[in-house]
Ligand binder design. Structure first.
Ligand code: GCO
Ligand code: MG
Length: 403
């Protein structure tokens, strides 16, 4: 099974996706996701110009060797662009190997450790009342775990809150990044009232998650955690900027609130102290951004030594290919925690035909061989790439803040 072609597609069915399709000399195809939200064309060029030519003629079964060749072999290691490109190749090769074996991918990863993959849904609202309606909608869909994000009075659109009736989508189809306003003190005053209202309406059993999106200092995060403990959050996510692992040691000293992080990490080394020093409870990297199935499995195996569980990043900017890969891993891992589930835009279903399914707060990758995703090339061509940057955040005096 030698690699005969590696084609890169950038399509925009509702939002942008970068898809790698590897074809073998015996006519099989494998898919990988290389979507890097707002920087899609950089990964597409990396794959087309620097990776695809090296793949031709290689043994498609040699997954580990190909991973090491693309990681160690280039000298310039790590980084979101490189690791998304490696992830796409790795995922496509796992898809091919599982198809050649005639099995769903989770079987090659050790088989199912559970009957289904528990998921959390997103709820948001410009006001607390709107948020409560949104939580009620997720609960009606069967979710027992819901992420809650609410607007802060006076700030206008903020991270996690939908603009209009549709689902929340941070990237905007416009030439330059939209600007959002931020005020940490207003947020810190507001968020306990959000948790109080959600607990008051939905009781103690609902698992309530919240994403801080990297905006606080360690001491602000520590105080927030301590304040929210009485509402028993399932986790607080990304409380401080991701570059400084030691920040979470300060947070940990002051609160027992569970901490989740990792969606912007791209290697196990980004977790080096977080895992060893037990500073987190959930590791949130994705197949797409952390170097593929091979590398993410290693991160979670390392985390398992310290009772840290998986919580794979699953926003709409992970394509159905990357999302299916996550579900196979989720089903097989012993230390699975929970899976984020944010449905894709409706048009994505024209391009990606998926075997995975959602029901009653849970997902299953399905029994189709490989990942269980088919890519429709003509449909993708009907949805050409459109630039869509992520927002930037500014304080009242114009200072750029962490987004
Ligand atoms: C999440 C994330 C996303 C990111 C998005 C950026 O928890 O799902 O924070 O909503 O903002 O992936 O591209
Ligand atoms: Mg997040």
């Amino acid at each position: 099974m030698k690699i005969a072609a590696a084609d890169v597609f950038v399509s925009s069915p509702g939002r942008n996706y970068v898809t790698l399709r590897v074809t073998t000399d015996d006519g099989r195809t494998g898919l990988g996701d290389a979507t890097l939200n707002g920087r899609e064309l950089a990964v597409a060029a990396y794959l087309r110009e620097h990776v695809a030519p090296l793949l031709i003629g290689r043994d498609a079964h040699a997954i580990e060797d190909t991973w090491q060749y693309l990681y160690r072999g280039v000298y310039w290691r790590r980084g979101p662009v490189t690791m998304a490109a490696i992830a796409a190749v790795d995922t496509a090769l796992w898809d091919l190997k599982a198809k050649a074996a005639g099995m769903p991918l989770y079987q090659l990863l050790g088989g199912a450790s559970r009957t289904h993959v528990r998921a959390y849904g997103h709820a948001n609202g410009g006001t607390i009342e709107e948020l409560l309606e949104s939580v009620a909608a997720r609960v009606a869909e069967g979710f027992g775990a819901v992420r809650v994000q609410a607007g802060v009075a006076g700030l206008g659109p903020v991270y996690g809150v939908a603009d209009g009736d549709g689902p929340y989508e941070p990237a905007r189809r416009q030439a330059t990044p939209p600007v959002e306003r931020w005020d940490t003190r207003a947020y810190l005053r507001h968020i306990p009232t959000v948790f109080a209202a959600v607990r008051d309406r939905f009781g103690p059993e609902l698992d309530v998650l919240h994403d801080v999106h990297h905006r606080l200092t360690p001491m602000q995060a520590a105080r927030l955690g301590a304040t929210l403990e009485e509402f028993d959050p399932y986790w607080l996510e990304d409380v401080t900027p991701a570059e400084n692992q030691e920040a979470l040691a300060l947070v940990r000293r002051h609160t027992t609130v569970p901490i989740a992080t990792g969606e912007v990490f791209n290697t196990v080394l980004d977790y080096q102290y977080l895992i060893r020093d037990q500073l987190i409870d959930f590791a949130r990297s994705s197949v797409t951004h952390a170097g593929g199935i091979t590398a993410l499995r290693r991160i979670f195996d390392h985390a398992a030594l310290y009772q840290i569980r998986s919580a794979v990043h699953g926003p709409s900017d992970i394509s159905p290919v990357g999302f299916a890969a996550a579900l196979h891993l989720d089903l097989a891992l012993h230390n699975f925690g929970i899976q984020e589930y944010m449905p894709h835009p409706a048009e994505a279903a024209e391009v990606f035909h998926v075997a995975y399914r959602y029901a009653d707060g849970a997902l299953h990758p399905g029994e189709a061989p490989g990942l269980g995703v088919e890519f429709d090339e003509p449909a993708a061509a009907r949805h050409p790439y459109r630039p869509a940057p992520l927002p930037v955040c500014r304080l009242a005096d114009g200072t750029v803040h962490d987004w």
